[in-house]
Write a protein that binds this ligand. Structure first.
Ligand SMILES: Nc1ncnc2c1ncn2[C@@H]1O[C@H](COP(=O)(O)OP(=O)(O)OP(=O)(O)O)[C@@H](O)[C@H]1O
Ligand SMILES: Cc1ncc(COP(=O)(O)O)c(N)n1
Length: 275
């Protein structure tokens, strides 16, 4: 009996529903893939910030992984909040154990938009050693790229240097997101010897919550559908831009994104090619 493949997000819960595993599942649903979850932790969070966070035992993280992987065929995985070094090691061991390796998208979440830490600082080295080498794409924003590489990013040359350092750490490709700059929202993609930019007009809506989670999970969903990295980033950028354009206010803090499906002839073409 042939099974429909599923995608997986390994991330934390955001009780406010704007980011984390909630944003990932909304994105998966809108793009039309079946999302499964490995929860790493639970945050008491709203649009203004994180009021508390509890991280799960790594054994429970491993058990969730096992339950899904034993039963289902996973075509693409996205990671978000990973909390601490123990959870990173568990995730990395589990991802490395697949006989058919899924696409692996690493969103190296270090802190929430509000500034609250979501990964213990001493775990950054574990992320670099254990997870980045097995990733197909890592998607840092500029502050995350600076922390991961120790390079101050002021100019386009710095972007190049930071991407090079992440590739030296083992990342197959690097997408440095441009949400934290001025001017157009341009994301810089470094892959083998290629360099591409994905750009959209900056939407002047003030502080936003969940843009990074949404972009990463959209890349994951489109990889599952198309098996093509460049197409997936292009479509994910289109998805997140539309969701930002339709963002709205639900609380006192950052705006949240509106998730809705977009017509994708390009996906249909690729799906037919891959069938
Ligand atoms: N105001 C904006 N207008 C248009 N696109 C934006 C805007 N802000 C962010 N983006 C886009 O959203 C995506 C996520 O980028 P960003 O740099 O915000 O990630 P992030 O900091 O990880 O997000 P998060 O808010 O979840 O922490 C990128 O494609 C970026 O270019
Ligand atoms: C559980 C969880 N995961 C990820 C984020 C990052 O999202 P953002 O930077 O938009 O706050 C978050 N705030 N909470």
């Amino acid at each position: 009996m042939s099974k429909t493949k599923v995608v997986m997000t390994i991330a934390g819960s955001d009780s406010g529903g704007g980011a984390g595993i909630q944003a990932d599942l909304k994105t998966f649903q809108s793009i039309g893939v079946f999302g499964t979850t490995v929860l790493t932790g639970v945050t008491a969070q709203n649009t203004a910030g994180v009021q508390n966070a509890v991280h799960l035992e790594s054994s429970l993280v491993a058990e969730q992984f096992k339950s899904v992987a034993e039963d289902m065929e996973i075509s693409a995985v996205k990671t978000g909040m990973l909390s601490n070094a123990q959870i990173i090691e568990t995730v990395s061991d589990n991802l490395a154990s697949f006989s058919t390796k899924p696409w692996i998208v690493i969103d190296p979440v270090l802190a929430a938009t509000s500034g609250d830490l979501l990964l213990e600082r001493q775990a950054v080295s574990t992320l670099l050693e254990k997870l980045i080498p097995i990733s197909d794409i890592i998607t840092p924003n500029i502050p995350e790229a600076e922390i991961l590489t120790g390079i101050n990013i002021d100019h386009s040359k710095d972007l190049q240097k930071a991407a090079h350092k992440l590739k030296e750490a083992g990342a197959k490709s690097v997408l440095i997101k441009g949400g934290h700059t001025s001017g157009n929202a341009t994301d810089h993609f470094f892959w083998e010897d290629e360099y591409h930019t994905f750009s959209a007009e900056r939407v002047g809506v003030g502080s936003l919550h969940g843009t990074g989670c949404t972009l990463g999970s959209a890349i994951c969903a489109y990889l599952s559908k198309t098996d093509d990295l460049l197409t997936s980033i292009k479509l994910a950028k289109k998805y997140v831009t539309q969701a930002i354009n339709n963002s709205f206010t639900i609380g006192e803090g950052s705006k949240v994104l509106l998730h809705s499906s977009i017509g994708d002839e390009e996906v249909q073409e690729k799906e037919e090619l891959n069938a």
